[in-house]
Write a protein that binds this ligand. Structure first.
Ligand code: ARG
Length: 299
């Protein structure tokens, strides 16, 4: 598709965010967390406010949820669950890999229920499959789900069945890209940022096959968290943007807004992690009954 423009994403205007009143690094569940390097509370709040302002300036909206005092990572709202809008809104609440974050799901369940979402859970049925919503993206009517470091492969079956969608599973093998949203980021209807180094080579190829126009980034570029950006129409809100990535985004007609989120990088997350899109719809609205998992190897 080269330099022509492509349709904007049908989602990504309305976000849920968690006010960072109790954000700190209390344990180490990813390679970025260092108990000796704590976020400064005032800078944290200033940076969070700047994200809210940038979303609003770009034409988006933010709904806020208070942070539980006992859940320091709850600021990474993307992981609360996977909400799907439409005539019958549903939200799949995360069943976190690490017990340190599991209390967040009770608050997420209450919030989604209060806001009209039918709540689904994965893994709380005794089977124990973990699912973290930072591993799941709507893409061209289907779902792409990363598994390995956080989400279990078994969760993909539940997602496909419960949501009646096609799920493309991709195995994450890079410890620094422990959630899909650190290595993959939809930009518009045909373009997405992809870091192949995050995935098994077979699955990197499968993922690239799903994206007509990928913006392929290197491991070093991904470590700037540039894939962990959000897109509102043709505005990309990014924590950082390597020059090469900027050139391609601008050639495609995107405008780039950088928001410094240094304090949140200390917990291992950036702008995508801090925002949970509430306006995502999937092919399920077409009622095509396609619940199936497509992944490497047999499921
Ligand atoms: N400290 C959090 C964790 O390790 C960071 C979560 C980042 N969120 C994301 N969607 N990638 O769970």
């Amino acid at each position: 598709m080269g330099q022509e423009s492509s349709r904007e994403l049908s989602w990504g205007r309305d976000y849920l965010m968690v006010v960072p009143d109790h954000f700190r690094v209390e344990y180490r569940i990813n390679p970025f967390m260092d108990l000796e390097d704590q976020p400064d509370p005032l800078t944290t709040r200033t940076q969070w406010d700047a994200i809210v302002a940038a979303i609003t300036d770009a034409g988006g909206t933010v709904t806020v949820l208070d942070q539980r005092a006992d859940a320091p990572d709850m600021v990474y709202a993307m992981n609360l669950g996977l909400p799907l809008a439409g005539p019958e809104p549903v939200a799949v609440v995360s069943h976190m890999r690490y017990p340190e974050r599991r209390m967040e799901s009770a608050t997420a369940t209450a919030w989604f229920t209060d806001h009209g979402f039918g709540v689904r859970t994965i893994g709380s049925d005794g089977i124990g499959a973990h699912f973290e919503a930072g591993d799941a993206f709507a893409w061209r009517g289907d779902l792409i789900v990363g598994y390995g470091p956080r989400t279990d492969r078994l969760a993909l079956k539940h997602l496909a069945h419960d949501l009646d969608v096609r799920v493309h599973g991709v195995r994450i093998v890079h410890p620094g890209m422990y959630h899909l949203d650190l290595a993959f980021g939809p930009l518009d209807a045909s373009r997405a940022i992809v870091c192949p180094d995050a995935f098994s080579s077979q699955d990197a190829a499968r993922l690239l096959d799903l994206v007509p126009d990928p913006l392929v980034i290197t491991e070093a570029e991904a470590m700037t968290f540039c894939a962990n950006s959000i897109v509102i129409g043709r505005t990309v809100l990014m924590p950082a943007c390597p020059d090469r990535v900027r050139l391609q985004l601008e050639a495609w007609g995107f405008s780039i807004v950088i928001v410094d989120v240094s304090e949140f990088l200390k917990g291992g997350g950036a702008i995508r992690c801090l925002t949970n899109p509430l306006d995502v719809t999937l092919g399920r609205d077409l009622m095509t009954g396609r619940g199936q998992v497509i992944a490497t190897g047999s499921m």
